[in-house]
Design a protein around this ligand. Structure first.
Ligand code: CP
Ligand code: NVA
Length: 308
């Protein structure tokens, strides 16, 4: 069995295999209605626990639907309703859950919760977002890019805004899939230098450019995310907005990129803040495919975890 904790901790050949599996499984469904079971039922007789210590729409629904399409069953648990939220240790929770379920997906705050869960669980553990990374999202993003534009290798990806958890997983993906990566945002919100270093050591051309218009020149993909993440203090909201306003993805910024540059956003979006509606709803935006692909990418991730 395998844990899916982070993109940089996963073998590049395995990652490529997951993207290919996701694309094949998506094609095989060929427009089937959502509740139609997949022809293959690799998760038959499997129970999957989905634990949320933070809100979620896409992660919650796409994992739940994905497990069911593959023949398995799910239980969606809120951290605060579990003894985990009332003092039981992560290690003990992991040991107990491993006696009941075949796989655990967890969305949590501190990355240490995820890594400790994986250390003590005897079933696969999947990272459904921490304060530091969001690997399932970027697997869906790679799948989406390649569906629209072919191999991502050598393409120019630009992240505009906060160097947050989703940005971190993009840096990891740049290292594993071999694309160029440009960050444009205020110095106070740079991505973690450990992750920048990791990508550079893997040979990635990582650029940090404070001028957003310059940053997007020649871009094949531009990505935005919320200016205030779930782990950020609401009291920092105004300060963050003031710093990030020059990095809004709007029509004028898109005009500096390649004419066919794609736009992505993991969602939920704050329209007219990090991105304007004309970009979100415009011809370069692939955000709904990106959201749908959470389902297909995660089905492939779960199969890899369980080796089924
Ligand atoms: N993109 C994403 O993870 O969305 P949710 O927070 O709705 O799960
Ligand atoms: N950066 C965002 C992503 C939400 C899916 C957050 O952590 O809140």
């Amino acid at each position: 069995m395998n844990h899916f904790l982070d993109i940089h901790k996963t073998d590049p050949a395995a990652l490529r295999g997951m993207i290919d599996t996701a694309a094949a499984m998506k094609a095989a469904r060929n427009g089937a209605s959502k509740a139609t079971p997949d022809a293959e039922q690799p998760l038959a007789n499997h129970m999957v626990a989905l634990i949320f210590e933070k809100p979620s729409t896409r992660t919650r629904v796409s994992f739940d639907v994905g497990v069911r399409q593959m023949g398995g069953q799910t239980m969606v648990l809120s951290g605060s309703d579990m003894q985990l939220g009332h003092g039981e240790t992560i290690a003990d929770t992991a040991r107990v859950l491993s006696r009941y379920v075949d796989m655990i997906m967890i969305r949590t705050f501190d990355e240490a919760v995820l890594t400790e869960m994986a250390e003590y669980a005897t079933v696969p553990v999947i990272n459904g977002l921490t304060d530091r990374t969001h690997p399932c999202q970027i697997m869906a993003d790679i799948l989406t890019f390649e569906e629209h534009r072919g191999p991502i290798k050598g393409k120019k990806v630009v992240w505009a805004g906060d160097g947050n958890n989703v940005c971190a997983s993009w840096l990891h993906a740049a290292a594993q899939f071999g694309c160029d990566f440009t960050f444009t945002g205020p110095v106070q919100l740079d991505p973690e230098m450990e992750f920048v270093g990791l990508a550079r050591n893997a040979g990635v051309n990582v650029t940090i450019e404070r001028d957003a218009a310059k940053a997007v020149e020649g871009a094949d993909l531009i990505i935005a995310d919320t200016w205030v993440s779930m782990h950020d203090a609401q009291s920092a909201r105004e300060r963050r907005h003031n710093m990030l306003r020059p990095y809004q993805v709007n029509r004028a910024l898109m005009d500096h990129a390649k004419p066919d540059a794609l736009f992505m956003h993991c969602l939920p979006a704050h329209r007219e803040e990090e991105v304007t509606s004309d970009v979100m709803d415009g011809p370069n935006s692939v955000i709904w495919d990106e959201a749908e692909n959470r389902l297909h990418a995660q089905k492939a991730i779960m199969r890899w975890c369980l080796e089924v």
